[in-house]
Design a protein around this ligand. Structure first.
Ligand code: ADP
Ligand code: MG
Length: 238
């Protein structure tokens, strides 16, 4: 079971604490949104889960295994960032295949999996294009395919929609949710956008200044905010 269990996670940069004693769970197949204002520690927390940033203390269990000391590539985690971070000099197909080549899979298996991933994000006809020949939304779909192709146990999405304009944002948002449900993929989605969180999530983990303020369903957060911050932040969406 690819359940994520985060226990007493702490992170500081120098003497500045970014987050303290973070505890939460994402059950298998659950879409959990980490919501909070800019600077509250969402990206740092996600980078710690992925293994891109070391934690100071605490434990991260994925499928009952403590991965906190495992290197990035052994965690079985896929991550999509706000900026697409594609290789500009590689085609769409090569970008998506990159991670699998690192794993030294046979060429036929790589082709099959890449085609499958591009199918999922509806980009099969674009496999020979370069990133500069794609729109922002399409680039982000390549980034999504690139993480799906490795068949991660956990998908981490750091504001993947923020750089896109409204119409494309809604489309990609729906597409992400559809794929996530189809694959029953445990997903942590980071956003500072209340509306996005309220419409997308199975559960919302609300953060402020490095602490979890509330953890519950969208309706619960909306109707029973835990404190004044939660009431202001959730109520004030536009
Ligand atoms: P969010 O994603 O919620 O906007 P971040 O995790 O990016 O928040 O940042 C949380 C805090 O940690 C901010 O005060 C930020 O300035 C600080 N921070 C993030 N990365 C670093 C770093 N590499 N070195 C020092 N401080 C950092
Ligand atoms: Mg961030």
């Amino acid at each position: 079971m690819a359940t994520l269990n985060v226990k007493k996670l702490n992170k500081s940069f120098g003497t500045t604490s970014v987050f303290r004693d973070i505890n939460f769970t994402a059950n298998e197949g659950e879409f959990v949104t980490l919501l909070g204002p800019s600077g509250c520690g969402k990206s740092t927390l996600l980078r710690c889960l992925a293994g891109l940033t070391p934690v100071d203390s605490g434990e991260i269990f994925l499928a009952n295994k403590n991965i906190v000391h495992q290197p990035v590539q052994e965690r079985g985690i896929g991550m999509v960032f706000q900026s697409y971070a594609l290789f500009p000099n590689m085609t769409v197909e090569k970008n998506v295949a990159f991670g699998l080549k690192m794993q030294k899979l046979p060429a036929t298996e790589i082709r099959r999996r890449v085609s499958e991933a591009l199918e999922m994000v509806e980009l099969n006809e674009f496999s020979n294009r370069y990133p500069h020949q794609l729109s922002g939304g399409q680039c982000q779909r390549v980034a999504l395919a690139r993480s799906l192709v490795t068949r991660p146990a956990l998908l981490l999405l750091d504001e993947p929609l923020s750089a896109l304009d409204a119409r494309i944002r809604r489309h990609l948002r729906d597409q992400i949710r559809l794929i996530q449900k189809e694959l029953n993929l445990t997903t942590i989605f980071v956003t500072h956008d209340q509306e996005e969180a309220l419409t997308l999530s199975d559960r919302i983990v609300l953060m402020n200044k490095g602490n979890i303020v509330q953890n519950g369903g969208a309706e619960e957060l909306y109707t029973q905010p835990a404190d004044l911050f939660a009431a202001g932040f959730i109520g004030n969406y536009n």
